[in-house]
Write a protein that binds this ligand. Structure first.
Ligand SMILES: [Zn+2]
Length: 283
């Protein structure tokens, strides 16, 4: 991506290396409902244990590497891009965009949705309208998921911002209420629809970011589509356990994630991402 001279977002709370003493376990578990997580490998609600918090005393001596500083600056620039694009798109549709906050943390932190650890992966918490990102996730994408590349990382941030857009539009709340009333399998399908729409919104953002700032370089779109492929539920389950359980999918298959991200990238039209009226088999 070409990001030279772009502004950084001010809506960032950099908690990397902050004292673990600030992490309280009191509210963990009570506010799990609102938590939307990026990856669901293993235990989905991988909240920190007392042990993990005790181990965090090392965080007080945290000194970011040059690579981490670069990743932080990148995340702030991408977030600023989402603010500019979504403000404009909301304006065009007669609405007002309130940007989310972004917390950068290392290993563990407290969120409005409970305590979060790095192993949770990036997520959006609607309770405090904040994105939580441990930047080491970008390294994991590269080394463990074969999903590296700057645009792949931007897609992750833009996907979480996509959940914030869903929050502002009331979609998130509506779907969470529906999920209370249906079976687990149906609830998972609703989750897939939410996630695919967040992928679509990430594509919409990229379309406009490129139009406004000429940010995409050759290979960027391929990086994003590759990431969407690598983090499909079917791909992750196949790699983790050698078979897939479609009823348990909650983010969408590689093909679905790629399709909706691509659709956003191609149309740039935020009203074109209705993943809820399409029949499930056609997603
Ligand atoms: Zn998501």
């Amino acid at each position: 991506m070409r990001l030279d001279g772009r502004r950084s977002s001010d809506n960032v709370d950099d908690r990397r290396g902050s004292s673990a003493g600030k992490v309280s376990l009191g509210i963990g578990g009570t506010i799990i409902v609102g938590l939307i997580i990026w990856l669901m490998g293993g235990n989905p609600m991988n909240f920190v244990t007392q042990q993990a918090v005790e181990n965090m005393s090392e965080g007080q001596n945290y000194t970011p590497t040059a690579e981490e500083e670069e990743a932080a600056a990148f995340a702030k620039t991408i977030l600023a891009g989402t603010e500019d694009v979504w403000r404009e798109l909301f304006n065009q549709n007669g609405m007002r965009y309130t940007p989310p906050r972004m917390v950068l943390f290392s290993k563990v932190t407290q969120s409005g949705c409970g305590n979060a650890s790095a192993s949770t992966g990036p997520f959006y918490c609607p309770e405090d309208q904040t994105l939580y990102i441990d930047l080491s996730f970008f390294n994991q994408m590269k080394s463990q998921l074969n999903a590296g590349g700057d645009f792949a990382y931007a897609y992750v941030i833009a996907h979480e911002v996509g959940h914030h857009v869903q929050y502002l539009l009331g979609t998130l709340d509506k779907v969470h209420q529906q999920q209370q009333r249906v079976s687990q399998a149906e609830s998972n399908q609703l989750s897939v629809r939410l996630e695919l729409q967040a992928d679509f919104y990430a594509g919409v953002w990229a379309y406009h970011d490129n139009k406004d700032f000429n940010s995409l370089e050759d290979g960027d779109i391929e990086e994003g589509l590759n990431a969407a492929t690598q983090i499909g539920d079917d791909r992750l389950q196949m790699e983790a356990q050698g078979y897939t359980v479609p009823d348990s999918f909650n983010h969408g298959t590689s093909a679905q994630r790629t399709r909706w991200l691509k659709k956003g990238l191609q149309t740039g039209d935020m009203t074109d991402g209705d993943t809820f009226s399409v029949s499930y088999s056609q997603l």
